[in-house]
Design a protein around this ligand. Structure first.
Ligand SMILES: [Cu+2]
Length: 174
C-alpha cells in the first residue's frame, strides 16, 4: 500500500514538472522568432504570404518622403524587373531570394547587395541624378545567371507618381 502511494506521489510530481516544461516549449518558438527579428523570411512562401507577397513588391512611398523598395531575386530574374524611384530621396531597399544566393549589383560601380534565401538584405540608397541604372546579378547562380539583369529608373521628384496607401510603383506605373 505504501509503495502505491509513493508511486502516485512520484507520478504527480513528474506531471507537475512536465506541465511547465511543455508551456516553456510552446513559448520558446515565438521568442526565437522575436530574436531573429524581421530579417528572416520563409523562401518557399515569398509570393504567397508575408512582406514579399506579389502586390507588395515594388516601390512604396513613405510619409517622410523616402521610399521603400521590395524585390525578390530568383533564378534568373529580379521581381519587379524594373524599379522606379524619385531622385534625391532616400531609398530603403529590402530584397530576398527565392532560391539560390544572388547579388544585386549596380553596373559601372563596385556596389552590390548580397541576397540569400531565408534572409532579408537591406541597403540604404540614394540617387542624386535622374537616369536609368542597369543592375545585374554578380553572384554565379546557375545556367541563366548571365541573363539575370534588371533596371532602376530614377525620375525627378515631380515625375514620380503619387502612390496611395497600398499602391506600389514600378516602371509600368510611370
Ligand atoms: Cu546570378
Amino acid at each position: 500500500m505504501k509503495w502505491r502511494k509513493l508511486r502516485t506521489f512520484l507520478l504527480t510530481i513528474l506531471i507537475l514538472l512536465l506541465i511547465p516544461a511543455t508551456r516553456f516549449y510552446q513559448i520558446d518558438e515565438p521568442i526565437l522568432r522575436m530574436l531573429r527579428g524581421s530579417s528572416h523570411v520563409d523562401p518557399l512562401a515569398l509570393h504567397l504570404a508575408g512582406e514579399f507577397v506579389e502586390n507588395n513588391l515594388g516601390t512604396e512611398q513613405n510619409a517622410d518622403g523616402s521610399v521603400t523598395v521590395r524585390m525578390i531575386a530568383q533564378q534568373y530574374l529580379f521581381v519587379p524587373h524594373c524599379i522606379l524611384v524619385p531622385a534625391g530621396s532616400p531609398v530603403h531597399l529590402r530584397i530576398t531570394s527565392a532560391d539560390a544566393v544572388h547579388s544585386l549589383a549596380f553596373m559601372g560601380t563596385d556596389y552590390k547587395v548580397e541576397v540569400s534565401p531565408g534572409a532579408i538584405s537591406r541597403a540604404e540608397l540614394q540617387f542624386s541624378n535622374a537616369g536609368d541604372y542597369k543592375t545585374a546579378c554578380r553572384e554565379f547562380c546557375g545556367a541563366g545567371h548571365y541573363a539575370m539583369r534588371s533596371e532602376v529608373k530614377v525620375v525627378p521628384q515631380d515625375q514620380f507618381p503619387v502612390l496611395h496607401a497600398g499602391e506600389r510603383g514600378n516602371c509600368a506605373a510611370q
